[in-house]
Design a protein around this ligand. Structure first.
Ligand SMILES: O=C(O)CCC(=O)C(=O)O
Ligand SMILES: [Fe+2]
Length: 263
C-alpha cells in the first residue's frame, strides 16, 4: 500500500482499516448514486478538477432531506452520520486531542472516470493541496489566509470501494511528487493534519467513492448541519416508530374484527 511506509508516520498521519464493513460502504454508495448532485462535488466548485472525470456529491443535510421526503430509506442518512461520527471519534483519539474535535464540513463524494479518458493523462484527479492553507509550490510554503478554510485542523477520508483503476491518495511534496500512497478500499480511513500536502492520482476507470471529513477545534466553525441532521434523523426515527405502531394496531383491530365476524 505504501511507497515509503516511514513517510506515513510523519506528523501523525494514519491509514487504518476496518472503519466500515462492506454493507456500510454499500449503503453510502447507494445513497450517493441515488441522490447525488451531478457536477458539483464540492461547495463552491462547480467542476471536477479534471476534464477527464465527473463528480457527484451529497451533503448530510441533503441526505436527511431525501429520507424526510421518502426518496431514500432512513437507514442511509443514518449510516452517513454514524460512519462520520465513528471516523471523527477515531481521529480525535488518534491525535490525542483533549478538546472536542468538531466536524467542520462533511461530504460524501464520488469521482467517475469519463468513458474513453486517456490512460496517459498527466493531470491529477485532485491536484496537490492542503486543506487549510494556500500552497505556494515555488516558495515551498503554505499560506493560512483567505480564501483557505483556515479553521480546519484535521482531515480524514473514509474510502468506500476499490473497483476502479488509479485514484490512489498520496501525501505529496511541494514539487507535486508523491511521498507515500494510500490505495483506497472499503473501510480504509486516512487521517492527517489539515496543512499536510496531499492529492489524488488520476482516476483511469470506474467510480471512486469516499466520505471526506474536515474537522476543527473551534466550536464557532462547527458544521451545524451535522448537529441538525442528527436531530432530524432522531425525529424521523420516532415518527417511523409511531407509524409502524399505528399500522400494527390497525392490523390487530382488523384481525379482531375478522374473528368477530367468524363467530
Ligand atoms: O479523496 C481523497 O482521497 C482526498 C480528497 C481531498 O483531499 C479533498 O477533498 O480535500
Ligand atoms: Fe484535501
Amino acid at each position: 500500500m505504501h511507497k515509503d511506509p516511514e513517510a506515513l508516520k510523519m506528523k501523525g498521519r494514519v491509514a487504518v482499516d476496518g472503519m466500515a464493513d462492506e454493507e456500510e460502504c454499500q449503503a453510502l454508495m447507494q445513497l450517493v448514486n441515488e441522490e447525488a448532485i451531478y457536477g458539483d462535488g464540492y461547495k463552491g466548485i462547480t467542476k471536477p478538477f479534471s476534464e477527464h472525470e465527473k463528480f457527484e456529491g451529497i451533503t448530510v443535510k441533503d441526505a436527511v432531506n431525501a429520507a424526510g421526503e421518502k426518496r431514500v430509506p432512513l437507514f442511509l442518512p443514518a449510516m452517513y452520520v454514524y460512519l462520520a461520527e465513528r471516523s471523527r471519534a477515531f481521529v480525535q483519539r488518534f491525535f490525542g486531542l483533549s478538546n472536542h474535535l468538531y466536524f467542520s464540513f462533511t461530504h460524501l463524494v464520488c469521482r467517475q472516470a469519463k468513458d474513453g479518458s486517456p490512460s496517459n493523462r498527466s493531470d491529477l484527479s485532485h491536484p496537490v493541496h492542503a486543506d487549510n492553507c494556500i500552497v505556494d509550490h515555488q516558495h515551498k510554503v503554505c499560506h493560512k489566509i483567505d480564501p483557505a478554510f483556515t479553521w480546519r485542523d484535521y482531515s480524514s477520508v473514509l474510502y468506500l470501494n476499490d473497483n476502479f483503476d488509479g485514484g490512489n491518495f498520496m501525501f505529496a511534496n511541494y514539487d507535486n511528487t508523491s511521498q507515500v500512497e494510500v490505495e483506497p478500499k472499503c473501510g480504509r480511513l486516512v487521517a492527517f493534519a489539515a496543512d499536510d500536502l496531499h492529492g489524488v492520482q488520476p482516476l483511469l476507470r470506474g467510480q471512486r467513492c469516499a466520505l471526506a471529513m474536515w474537522y476543527t477545534l473551534d466550536p464557532l466553525h462547527q458544521e451545524l448541519e451535522m448537529v441538525s441532521s442528527w436531530n432530524k434523523i432522531e425525529q424521523l426515527l420516532e415518527k417511523k416508530k409511531e407509524e409502524e405502531q399505528k399500522e400494527g394496531d390497525q392490523s390487530n383491530n382488523n384481525s379482531t374484527d375478522e374473528e368477530h365476524e367468524e363467530l
